[in-house]
Write a protein that binds this ligand. Structure first.
Ligand code: C2E
Ligand code: CA
Ligand code: CA
Length: 736
């Protein structure tokens, strides 16, 4: 290479304008001070490949090793072969590569005494760039040799850096795949990109099409991740970014559907299916080609990650939301409780719509769905964002939020106005169960169960429409569960019995019917629990379906024995609960039992309590109609305690009213029979017979007879008794 060529190389790249532009760091290792001086002189003020040169001197292999160990940024080492020993230069090369693992730095060997290390051997054994005698290395030679070494150094660096970049991308992709929420993903993208390009986290922003929080805005652009000064734009529409420049770049990127790589900023376009996003990053200087390439590779990976995150988010949405109302579902609500489980200012409420089944049956499921959506909407509109809303099952809604929001007054106020569904005004009646969160964490499921216990109380109560959970309720619940278990075991073991209580015709004084009453004997002459306790539990647990069917069967068997007797009794009354009536198979079962025991349906009377008859009028109506068609009689039990609308009662296919015991017990000392009187008069008007329950005194019997009440049942005549005793009792009251 001629001197001119060298000048060309050196001047080829103009001197850097930037004072901060990094210089080439070159380490000169030689035990001859003279060599340091001449090298310094030769390289003084020189620009190589666009950068100045900065020299560091080491006067022994030992000192050089120390320097290299402390910093690894040398580009080239000019290394003397013979120093402390004949081959200390060569030994140093070995240690640099093997011990310090510095493979990027280039090494030019210089020797005063050629022949100490055979040239070819040295080249093939050690990673060095050049091997020259000091005499050979004129200034020109030195510069060309350095230029070649620096060029190689730069190439190696580039390869190493892109390897590092690719490794970073691989790691970043793996990391981002773990981020299942979109905002966590966006945050990850920002940190990974800036790390990849050695940029500050400032001035990066991630934007997607569609609001990250709801489906109300599918088209708008929203910030889903932002750092530094832009951080407070998070979750806001793109317009919130004040910097015009940034906004325009993002809009352009999204509308052109491609990456924009400009001199002072870049904007990456991410897409997956119909979802789009853009990542904006400000770069202080134009990105190097290598960085651009890395960015391209990275954004291809990002698109894949983005698609995954969207997919996972969608899956998560369906897993935790009720698709009809868009509110949370049970799992979502439980997760929400878990998040707040120790915030004592919070409260869980369950809301159950009264008579929803009737509405659904009567007006159709579509209409029912609209009602549910409307109610969801009403709650959403009326309560602040801090309140979580869920639909747990058909007509059961749940709320979680601060106590000042979640309380009976506040929620009832929301339901005051009727719902508007298909031009209909529907008043909403709801029962509410509350459970307040405590400071110590509780299992979310337990909290939900407690609210449910309170709700069931509220549903049963006729006075109030809400209840707060108190611990006594739960003790009660545990006890109730135990009773239910024992009842099931004893029923299956055949330990339950049906006892019978005669009903007396007040005009003739003779027995005319019998009511079948269930008993749970304890085997020692007493009872485990009275029916007033275990029947509601059996209803609650569903066990009543089996118990009720068995009671019917037993009663019909008894009737088979009673009918042939020369007695005046020709009617058996059996109590029937709501769960039985609700079964569509009930009438069929009834017909089978009647057939099996060859019972005339007219001899059987089913008693349903008044509150049941009014609770779900549609279901009851349908059930009673089919029973009636079989020819079986129907009596309304405990009449006067429910709140039946009389017009409603007229619509039901009933034969008999049983006047509740409380109206009979008040008849004493010649007064207090007003209710009984009204009921008897009312029944007569409708052509129904009447049975007075709980008649204990002759005075009561006389009074009722005077009213024209048809029959009486009570301790005055007989207590409920086992079948053999009943048969005995009846033979004492013969026909004539
Ligand atoms: P209920 O149908 O109103 O039955 C009448 C209740 O009054 C019976 O209580 C009976 O023993 C009681 N009783 C009868 N005469 C008198 C009296 O003169 N004075 C007083 N103080 N009480 C009298 P029991 O047997 O404890 O039954 C309670 C409730 O349990 C029944 O009320 C009924 O609702 C339910 N139940 C009983 N057996 C069955 C059954 O087999 N199926 C269903 N679903 N419910 C049943
Ligand atoms: Ca009864
Ligand atoms: Ca009764």
């Amino acid at each position: 290479m001629s001197h001119d060529d060298l000048l060309a190389i050196i001047e080829d790249t103009p001197p850097s304008q930037d004072a901060n532009e990094p210089a080439w760091h070159i380490l000169v290792v030689d035990d001859d001070p003279e060599v340091h001086a001449t090298t310094r002189f030769a390289l003084n003020g020189v620009q190589l490949l666009g950068h100045s040169v900065q020299l560091t001197s080491a006067h022994s292999a030992h000192e050089a090793l120390q320097l290299l160990r402390d910093n690894g940024h040398f580009a080239v080492i000019l290394l003397d072969v013979v120093m402390e020993t004949q081959d200390s230069g060569l030994q140093l090369v070995k240690r640099i590569r093997d011990e310090l693992q510095q493979h990027e730095v280039r090494i030019i060997l210089r020797t005063g005494q050629p022949g100490y290390a055979p040239e070819l051997d040295v080249f093939s054994h050690y990673d060095i760039n050049d091997y020259r005698t000091k005499a050979e290395l004129t200034r020109t030679r030195l510069l060309t040799s350095l230029c070649a070494a620096l060029r190689t150094y730069e190439q190696i660096r580039t390869i190493a850096e892109s390897r590092r970049g690719l490794q970073l991308i691989v790691n970043a992709t793996a990391e981002l795949m773990q981020r299942h929420a979109l905002n966590a993903f966006a945050e990850g993208v920002l940190t990974q990109i800036t790390a990849l390009l050695h940029l500050p986290l400032e001035g990066v922003v991630c934007v997607q099409r569609g609001s990250p929080f709801d489906t109300s805005d599918e088209q708008g652009l929203f910030v889903i991740g932002a750092a530094g000064l832009l951080a407070d734009c998070f979750a806001k529409p793109l317009e919130h970014i004040a910097d015009d420049h940034v906004r325009q770049a993002i809009l352009q990127c999204i509308s052109q559907r491609e990456h924009l790589l400009e001199h002072d900023h870049s904007c990456l376009y991410l897409h997956s299916g119909c979802h789009e996003a853009a990542v904006y990053l400000a770069s202080p200087a134009q990105l190097r080609p290598l960085d651009r390439q890395l960015l391209e590779v990275f954004s291809a990976n990002l698109s894949v990650c983005f698609g995954n995150v969207r997919l996972i988010e969608q899956l998560e949405y369906t897993a935790y939301h009720d698709l009809l109302t868009g509110l949370l579902n049970r799992s979502g609500f439980l997760r929400e409780i878990a998040r707040h489980s120790t915030s004592a200012e919070h409260c869980v409420a369950l809301l159950d719509i009264a008579h929803f089944t009737d509405l659904n049956d009567g007006l159709g499921h579509d209409f029912g769905n609209k009602v549910l959506c409307q109610l969801g909407e009403r709650l959403r509109q009326g309560l602040p964002e801090t309140v979580s809303l869920a639909r747990l099952s058909a007509d059961l809604f749940a709320l979680l939020g601060p106590r000042e929001q979640i309380n009976p007054a506040r929620i009832h106020a929301l339901l005051e106005e009727p719902l508007q569904v298909e031009n209909m005004n529907l008043p909403v009646q709801a029962a509410l169960g509350f459970c307040e969160l405590l400071e110590q964490a509780e299992n979310p499921l337990t909290l939900l169960q407690r609210a449910n216990i309170a709700l069931n109380r509220a549903k049963k109560s006729l006075q109030v429409q809400y209840e707060y959970f108190i611990p006594e309720m739960e003790n009660n619940t545990r006890w109730r569960l135990e009773v239910i278990h024992q009842l099931r075991r004893d029923f299956e073991a055949g330990k339950l019995e049906i006892w019978y209580q005669p009903q007396i015709n007040l005009a003739t004084g003779k027995p005319s019917g019998v009511e079948a009453l269930m008993r749970w004997p304890d085997g020692n002459g007493g009872f485990v629990q009275p029916p007033a306790v275990f029947i509601p539990l059996a209803e609650y647990s569903g066990l009543i379906l089996d118990l009720g069917e068995w009671a019917l069967e037993e009663a019909c068997k008894a009737l088979q024995q009673i009918i042939p007797l020369p007695s005046t009794v020709h009617r058996m009354a059996v109590n029937v609960s709501m769960p039985q009536l609700r079964q569509s198979s009930f009438a069929g079962k009834l017909a089978t039992i009647l057939g099996r025991h060859a019972i005339n349906p007219a001899n059987l009377e089913l008693e349903i309590t008044e509150s049941i008859a009014m609770d779900e009028p549609k279901v009851v109506r349908r059930g009673l109609d089919t029973i009636k068609r079989l020819g079986v009689r129907i009596a309304v039990d405990d009449f006067g305690t429910g709140y039946s609308s009389l017009s409603h009662l007229r619509d039901l296919p009933i034969d008999c009213l049983k006047i509740d015991r409380c109206f009979i017990s008040e008849i004493s000392g010649g007064s207090g029979g007003m209710f009984a009187e009204t009921i008897v008069a009312f029944a007569r008007k409708l052509g129904l017979s009447t049975v007075a329950e709980g008649v204990e005194t002759a005075e009561q019997a006389g009074f009722l007879r005077g009213l024209g009440c048809t029959e009486a049942q009570g301790y005055l005549y007989a207590k409920p008794m086992p079948l053999p005793e009943l048969l005995n009792f009846l033979s004492g009251h013969r026909q004539s």
